[in-house]
Design a binder for this molecule. Sequence first.
Ligand SMILES: [Fe+2]
Ligand SMILES: [Fe+2]
Length: 280
Amino acid sequence: MADPFYGTQEHKELFCSMFVETHVPFKVSDIRWPELEPAALARLRALPIWTEAVNTELETGLKVRSLGEVEPDPLMAEAIRLNGYEEQRHYELLLGLTKAYGIPVEMRPVPPAVRKPLWEFMRVGYAECFDSFFAFGLFRFAKESGFFPLALVELFEPVMQEEARHILFFANWKAYRRQRTPAWARPAHTFEDGLAASIQALNRLKMAVDVGSSDVDENFMMTAHESFGDISPRQFVETCLSESDRRMSAYDRRLARPRLAPTAARFLLRFLKDPAKTPA
Ligand SMILES: [Fe+2]
Ligand SMILES: [Fe+2]
């Protein structure tokens, strides 16, 4: 049973104003990239994520902004356009980083104009729900282990929190739309929603399998393993969950929370043994 608060005018005002009011203004052109020790630079360069990350942020920005341009509700449009602006800024930030540290990036062709903004926003939203959930955990380990130099951790902390805001906004945008959909149209709405979520879940699974089978990434896995120390899959998933809760705890309790990735993670935990409790 959905919370009766969802779908109300007050709900819309709350999640849109949360988004607009917590926006942090900064310009990528003002960033002075810190000089890195050779070992830290090598670790950064070895990360197999740059091409995918730069392209994804660019494409996400285009898709999110396209919905902002056609959304008829002024309050919602403002928040969605701001979301798109932040994604574009993530792209510029990552591009700036790769240039500053001499990391090669292969740009994909500029995607064609978005034809179905609503559908693309849904797909992007689900993709971000998965990506951000795992990024929260990885970022925590990278920070604690010193894998990421402190100066970069400080630069990227606001980006992590921006992603938390994006998925929080998405969860509420979804809950709001669902409650506003007339009963007769709900099955179609649920189907479309489930389809967008499933496509993105499969996409992420495929990416994980691809990463696991690539030669280049074997190198990365070795360095990451050495730098992060011994982390069991269970510890990793638990950290993703606690970081996700921590990042979400800053916002109004009446807002809906992203549920898909945390629910999948909790399910996964049932099968992941705690190494401390495993008999020798
Ligand atoms: Fe982003
Ligand atoms: Fe985002």
